[in-house]
Design a protein around this ligand. Structure first.
Ligand code: PHB
Length: 390
């Protein structure tokens, strides 16, 4: 009898403990943020984590009655690691949302996990067009390379540039940039005389740049991922390619705000197309840049930061819209169709494609307040990803 009482007491306690645990679990909303915090893409991780933390500091850590918990994991930009971390976050930590994805291969490796577990995956950095097609649970707040490249291919031939050599990192976003720039540029009467591809890992730009110098095109179009731009710029200038009359053009990844100020005056005048500049002249962006720099020892936010900041906005709004009661499918539905003002301008999550629709700017590197900035001089409004029409 005594034994049985003890046993039932123990069972009751265990049940209480379990329901307590469940309660604690139910009161928490977990975001698994997987980023490259070390290695070649570390600037992306640093920028996005800082932006996510700023968003939380500004908007509170309790939303719809839930305590937001941000779990940051370093995938060192190796897709196998991204996938393993995503699996652990879903199975062990029971995250409500996955987010981050510094490079395309990481997003592609994680897509099946989002699908199988019905967990929304908010892609804040990776920018190959096809990523959103890899899982119906992917929503993107960064940009796509076709989006950025087409705008430049329309501007370039109207500005005296007829012959171009392209140089891209040899993987998803680079191939998108090459294809969409080239097709549109040729359509506009331009000529691409050569298309060069450099490896993503430990690239040596020197032999490629030498080739370009010998070919003497009007311009060199470059895509390299965020963090690699400074190395290209340095070697471009060291070889005197600008003095030989070759213009450097590209998507804004090359004049990355994270590195631009260290590139030196040789970067002055470089024209790029992109969705975000720290110099974007809106009240919201001024406040964003100021708060970001203040919270991060003067670090200037780049386009990765704004992808992270807006990704948090999308997650917070979905949580509010579902009143904290939604599972993966409800959250995903609440992410689709969101429209709000970002530091980059107005953005829209297309409900059909789950991809971002945004303004693309043409910018030129200029000196402002003693620093180098991408100063916007033209805008193409509400650009959808051109890659979705193919
Ligand atoms: C990507 O891997 O998709 C990627 C990374 C960095 C960029 C753009 C695209 O700047």
């Amino acid at each position: 009898m005594h034994k049985r009482t003890l046993l039932s007491a123990a069972l009751a306690l265990a049940a209480l403990g379990a329901s307590h645990g469940a309660l604690a679990q139910a009161d928490t909303f977990k975001i698994g943020l997987i980023l490259p915090m070390t290695g070649q893409q570390a600037t992306t991780g640093r920028q996005i984590e800082a932006a996510a933390r700023l968003y939380m500091a500004q908007n509170g850590t309790t939303v719809a009655g839930k305590k937001i918990e941000l779990i940051v994991k370093d995938d060192t930009s190796l897709p196998d690691v991204t996938k393993r971390l995503a699996q652990e976050l879903v199975v062990n930590d029971k995250v409500n949302v996955l987010a981050g994805m510094g490079i395309t291969p990481s997003a592609m490796a994680t897509a099946p996990i989002a699908t199988q577990s019905k967990t929304p995956l908010v892609v804040m950095a990776a920018a190959t067009s096809s990523i959103t097609q890899a899982s119906p649970y992917i929503v993107r707040t960064s940009f796509t390379l076709p989006q950025a490249s087409v705008a430049l291919a329309d501007w370039v031939p109207k500005n005296g540039i007829k012959k171009v050599v392209t140089l891209v990192s040899d993987y998803g976003p680079g191939l998108d940039a090459e294809k969409y720039f080239k097709e549109r540029f040729i359509f506009n009467g331009g000529e691409v005389t050569e298309s060069l591809r450099v490896p993503l890992r430990n690239p040596d730009f020197a032999p490629f740049l030498q080739k370009v110098r010998d070919a003497k095109p009007d311009a060199l179009f470059v895509f390299v991922p965020s963090g690699a731009g400074a190395a290209v710029m340095k070697q471009f200038l060291e070889r005197g390619m600008d003095k030989a009359g070759i213009k450097l053009i590209g998507t804004g990844d090359i004049t990355d705000d994270d590195q631009l100020n260290d590139m030196g005056d040789g970067a002055l005048g470089v024209v790029t197309s992109h969705h975000y500049s720290a110099a974007h002249p809106s009240a919201m962006n001024k406040a964003f840049v100021e708060a970001f720099e203040k919270a991060n020892k003067g670090l200037r936010p780049n386009f990765m930061a704004v992808g992270g900041y807006d990704g948090m906005h999308v997650i917070y709004d979905a949580l509010k819209a579902t009143k904290g009661q939604g599972g993966g499918d409800a959250l995903l539905a609440a992410m689709k169709g969101q429209l709000f003002e970002s530091p980059r301008g107005k953005i829209f999550i297309d409900a059909q494609t789950r991809d971002i629709v945004q303004d693309i700017y043409l910018r030129k590197v200029e000196k402002k307040n003693g620093g180098l900035y991408n100063v916007e001089f033209d805008v193409i409004k509400d650009v959808k990803d051109p890659g979705k029409n193919k």
